[in-house]
Design a protein around this ligand. Structure first.
Ligand code: HEM
Length: 194
């Protein structure tokens, strides 16, 4: 059982479930507003995968099991994958590739500006996620990939700013992110003291 749970392929397949569910609901004609559903679902899963990626270091430190690291790249790439889907839905189904309208929207709605900024920052991380790039960039790889903290923060604020009434969900993400970043600050202070 434990061996099965440690199988990366299993988690690779599990991470595809949100996409397969959306495709199924779309094909079955069960969605009242398909564009809204895909935009929201892909946005949610981008944020979830960002949080999961950030959970790996605390999990490794708490459990002492280095095997967690094997999942980090896959989770980060899934965050990028769902972010691409999210952006594509917006560009294609929401804005019909009307670039003038898209630029105007980015400048007009601050939550869109933050979303674009978060996505832009994700691109270099996805491009340098390979073992080869890790070796080539050495220390700079770690420095570059610290951008994930800012990306996750931008993602939470993006969500917070777009919600009009009930802030429960963005508050939950903000709390999770505070714990994940707070843990890093705590470990750093602990290292400095010892
Ligand atoms: C890392 C990048 C991003 C993250 C983490 C993210 C996350 C989210 C989340 C969590 C939602 C709300 C889902 C819900 O309502 O349940 C959302 C909605 C949305 N996002 Fe993003 N997003 C990102 C980038 C972008 C980009 C680049 C764009 C467009 C250029 C964008 C446009 C939108 C739009 C239009 C909505 C729906 C707003 C509404 O329902 O009124 N997002 N996003």
């Amino acid at each position: 059982m434990l061996k099965l749970l440690r199988n990366s392929w299993l988690w690779f397949a599990v991470a595809l479930v949100p996409l397969l569910r959306a495709v199924y609901l779309l094909a079955a004609g069960e969605l009242v507003n398909p564009i809204e559903f895909i935009t929201r679902s892909s946005g949610t899963w981008t944020l979830v995968f960002l949080m999961l990626t950030l959970s790996i270091t605390p999990l490794r430190q708490l459990s002492g099991w280095a095997g967690w690291l094997a999942y980090r790249r896959m989770l980060g790439l899934y965050a990028f994958f769902y972010a691409c889907l999210h952006l594509l839905t917006y560009l294609w189904l929401d804005q019909f590739f009307d670039w003038a309208a898209i630029v105007a929207d980015i400048l007009k709605r601050p939550f869109i500006t933050l979303g674009v900024l978060a996505f832009t920052l994700l691109i270099p991380l996805a491009l340098t996620s390979t073992q080869g790039m890790m070796r080539r960039l050495k220390r700079r790889w770690g420095q570059l990939h610290r951008a994930i903290y800012l990306i996750a923060l931008l993602g939470v604020v993006h969500y917070w700013w777009l919600v009009k009434k009930d802030l429960t969900q963005p508050i939950i993400y903000a709390c999770v992110l505070s714990v994940l970043l707070g843990w890093r600050v705590y470990k750093r202070l602990q290292r400095q003291r010892s």
